[in-house]
Design a protein around this ligand. Structure first.
Ligand SMILES: [Zn+2]
Length: 412
């Protein structure tokens, strides 16, 4: 009888797996997950709202469970999200990037205003802990794409004053002062101005984010930064050879720097075979479409033609975590799932409600409760706190980076 029951249970699990539905989260995993402080590094809800044309939260009510997208309040609660870096993203080719980013920051402020019982702005590590303790979601602002500062350190400071606490140095394309991973190398990393941007970010307590940048830019950022850096949504290149994932030699630098690589859930960056397929397509299309705009369109068309690409799995995501842990230790791993910023997610990690499933997988792989708590948010909180402390010291000892206008100042 027992054997029959076991067989039935096993069959049920197989059926569940075949249907692509992961098993339910164990009670132990749920408990451990809820006892931690899940602090995710990258969520693109603000850009999704912008694209939907709902900058005023008049059409989309995120207090209700939505049938589309990856993020809303009920699902954030189910996923146990306690702190979130909301991405205020700007495409590289955007006209008026500083204004666009300001609008996206404004949108985050108005989200907090509209749902004051759920969200509260956090600008320090102490804020994060206090807000999470009060049962709210600590809401931080992360700028994705250094194009936002329009080559102007005063603009960088203005964003810091508005509460921005990280900046991804580039998005997909090179800037005047930094190379991106997905563009042809132009500066061999950071230019002297790019180095000044990093120094000023240190002084402002803004985390330097090395997601999306080329390995040479990553290395330069690690060399110049006095504070821990983060990769707000990146994976291990050794596991999935996508050019925007972090190579092993850089991971070793992240360890020395005290930084954190926060794992992206996007199928194309976690699944080894898919990453390879995408990189091959990129190379071929790059050769025939040398300019950025036509290449972008060709890649978009490629994705449309290749609808049957495989999805990653929870196990793929955990493989990236295992690799980083084995190479540089448990203290340098976080999560930056990139919800609402990606189209294909691993089976079972479909939206922000699903993080506990990853906790369950890590438990099955032998991670301890304290290991899991570090991955969920402890590590990034440590790096963020340290960056804040270093900023306080630098503000006392270092003058701000100021440029004189290139031309004669306007006379009134
Ligand atoms: Zn991104």
């Amino acid at each position: 009888m027992r054997l029959v029951m076991l067989a039935l249970i096993a069959t049920g699990l197989v059926a569940q797996a075949l249907a692509g539905e992961p098993a339910e989260v164990s009670e132990r995993a749920r408990k451990i997950h809820d006892a931690g402080l899940l602090f995710d590094g990258h969520n693109d809800l603000p850009y999704r709202l912008r694209k939907a044309g709902d900058m005023a939260f008049s059409k989309i009510d995120i207090s209700k469970r939505l049938s589309d997208g990856h993020t809303d309040i009920p699902r954030l609660r189910e996923g146990g999200v306690k702190a979130q870096f909301w991405s205020v993203y700007v495409p590289s080719e955007q006209k008026n990037p500083a204004r666009t980013v300001t609008e996206q920051i404004d949108l985050v402020y108005r989200m907090i205003e509209k749902y004051p019982d759920v969200f509260e702005l956090a600008i320090s590590a102490d804020d994060v802990e206090r807000i999470a303790k009060a049962g709210k979601i600590a809401s931080l602002i992360g700028i994705e794409g250094g194009v936002a500062i329009e080559n102007d350190l005063a603009q960088l400071r203005a964003f810091a004053t508005l509460g921005a606490r990280y900046m991804t140095l580039t998005h997909n394309d090179n800037l005047d002062w930094a190379d991106a991973a997905t563009d042809a190398p132009a500066h061999d990393g950071l230019t002297p101005f790019g180095e000044r941007v990093v120094k000023e970010m240190n002084r402002l307590g803004m985390l330097v984010d090395i997601s999306h940048v080329s390995p040479a830019t990553m290395a330069d950022a690690l060399r110049v930064s006095k504070a821990p850096v983060i990769a707000s949504h990146s994976n291990a290149y050794a596991i999935a050879a996508h050019v925007r994932n972090v190579p092993d030699n850089i991971l070793k630098g992240v360890k020395q720097n005290g930084g954190v690589v926060m794992i992206n859930f996007s199928s194309g960056f976690v699944h080894p075979g898919l990453a390879k397929t995408i990189m091959t397509a990129r190379k071929e299309l790059r050769a025939t479409h040398p300019d950025a705009e036509s290449f972008g369109k060709a890649m978009e068309a490629w994705y449309k033609e290749h609808k049957e690409l495989p999805h990653g799995t929870i196990s793929d995501v955990a493989d990236h975590i295992d690799h980083i842990k084995n190479l540089i230790g448990i203290d340098h791993i976080g999560l930056g799932a990139d919800y609402d910023g990606v189209t294909s997610l691993p089976v079972g990690l479909d939206d922000v409600s699903t993080y506990p499933r990853l906790t369950d997988e890590l438990l099955r792989r032998g991670y301890s409760e304290s290991d899991i708590h570090k991955i969920l948010g402890g590590n990034v909180l440590r790096a963020f706190r340290k960056a804040g402390e270093i900023a306080k010291t630098l503000q006392k000892t270092t003058a701000p980076e100021v440029d004189q206008p290139a031309k004669e100042v306007d006379k009134h």
